[in-house]
Design a protein. Structure first.
Length: 139
């Protein structure tokens, strides 16, 4: 129970400061130790984590006669970071992944939330068109 409370506190702090690192929002080493396994748990994917927000977004959407579903692709550039399974972005030197969210907005420009996301990496290819053998990719 205490462990879950700590994880929820860290997630709330990350939501309030999305550019902060996990260590940056944790008040001490105990919170960091609790948070990292929770966020890195392979039993849950990003869709599982977004499920509660998706349900709340759908409930907010149901109360409005018109909702705009906006989509856009964003490059998440992790260039210079030692992270596995990242591939080229717009330029070969950039390394990262793509994020394509569906953001629900009222015509009056009020955000209702995120309904869906899609993430992917581009396949790296050598100049001859062959692909290297790489570890398992993000789905």
């Amino acid at each position: 129970m205490r462990r879950e409370r700590l994880a929820i506190q860290v997630i709330e702090r990350l939501a309030a400061h999305p550019s902060a690192s996990i260590r940056g929002v944790c008040s001490d080493w105990a919170e960091t130790q609790v948070s990292c396994p929770f966020l890195g748990n392979d039993a849950h994917d990003r869709q599982d984590i977004l499920e509660l927000d998706r349900q709340c977004t759908q409930a907010r959407m149901a109360t409005h006669p018109m909702v705009l579903c906006l989509q856009d692709t964003t490059e998440l550039d992790f260039n210079g970071r030692a992270i596995e399974c990242l591939d080229p972005l717009s330029y070969e030197a950039q390394r990262g992944m793509y994020l394509h969210p569906t953001h629900e907005v009222r015509p009056e420009r009020e955000s209702l939330g995120i309904l869906d996301t899609w993430m992917w990496v581009r396949e790296f290819k050598y100049a001859d068109g062959n692909r290297p053998v790489v570890p398992e990719r993000l789905s």
